[in-house]
Design a binder for this molecule. Structure first.
Ligand SMILES: Nc1nc2c(c(=O)[nH]1)N[C@H]1C(S)=C(S)[C@@H](COP(=O)(O)O)O[C@H]1N2
Ligand SMILES: [Mo]
Length: 219
């Protein structure tokens, strides 16, 4: 018997925990449907009991954000709370063979990969975490991506220096590069890029795009 509160240790446990998000998600939206998710409530570090331990908006611990990982820019500061919690969110993936899109549940239904990778921020911290998500290359393959193309990543963020970035083929085709859906055994916290973010090996933190909206293979 596995206790729900026991930290997941195997890949299967991590994936199972993150996939269980499909259920907790429904509880979350039922909740925000009645009480509006205001910036004030978010910065007060209010947590949502209906999430059953998966903190979308966790209180700040000195030097460390939710899910034992620092936060460089919060969802409130980035102005993405509404877009990132929109039920209608879909990740758009475009390539030579056309454009397709995925809901978070559809992404969770694809084969998941678990990777131990760091975020290395120029502000002077590097923190490893265990990420789970869909290999970017698997999504690109569905739209006819090839091994020699750059990929443009666009965030839900309305502005800011990191809204649009370009990734070289060496990263886009690396099997460790993920469209991450969870971290450290939990669904991504809103501040870590929920509903989906990029995590790639050996890339500066600034390029680990949070709140992903679109992925496009460039010609
Ligand atoms: N859309 C978006 N993605 C972003 C950023 C941002 O400001 N906006 N900051 C980047 C920087 S500088 C870092 S170090 C990492 C931090 O990720 P974390 O907050 O989940 O630790 O996210 C990166 N991704
Ligand atoms: Mo950073």
């Amino acid at each position: 018997m596995t206790d729900d509160r026991t930290p997941p240790v195997t890949e299967a446990q991590i994936v199972r925990r993150v996939r269980a998000d499909r259920v907790s998600r429904r509880a979350f939206f039922a909740l925000v449907g009645t009480a509006s998710l205001t910036a004030g409530a978010v910065t007060a570090g209010q947590s949502f009991p209906a999430l059953g331990g998966t903190n979308l908006v966790a209180p700040r611990v000195a030097g460390l954000g939710p899910q034992r990982l620092p936060v460089n820019k919060t969802a409130v500061a980035a102005g993405v709370v509404e877009a990132a919690t929109d039920r209608a969110w879909r990740l758009r993936v475009g390539g030579p063979a056309g454009t397709t899109s995925f809901s978070r549940a559809e992404l969770l239904g694809l084969p998941q990969s678990v990777q131990e990778l760091p975020i290395a921020c120029v502000e002077g911290w590097t923190t490893y975490a265990t990420w789970v998500g869909v290999p970017l290359a698997a999504l690109l393959a569905l739209v006819g991506g090839s091994f020699d193309r750059h990929v443009r990543l666009t965030s839900l963020e309305p502005g800011g220096a990191y809204r649009v970035t370009t990734m070289g083929p060496e990263f886009a085709t690396d099997p460790r590069t993920l469209v991450a859906l969870g971290v450290n055994g939990e669904p991504l916290d809103l501040d870590h890029g929920y509903p989906a973010r990029i995590i790639a090996p050996a890339r500066p933190g600034v390029l680990q795009t949070k709140w992903l909206a679109r992925v496009e293979v460039l010609s």
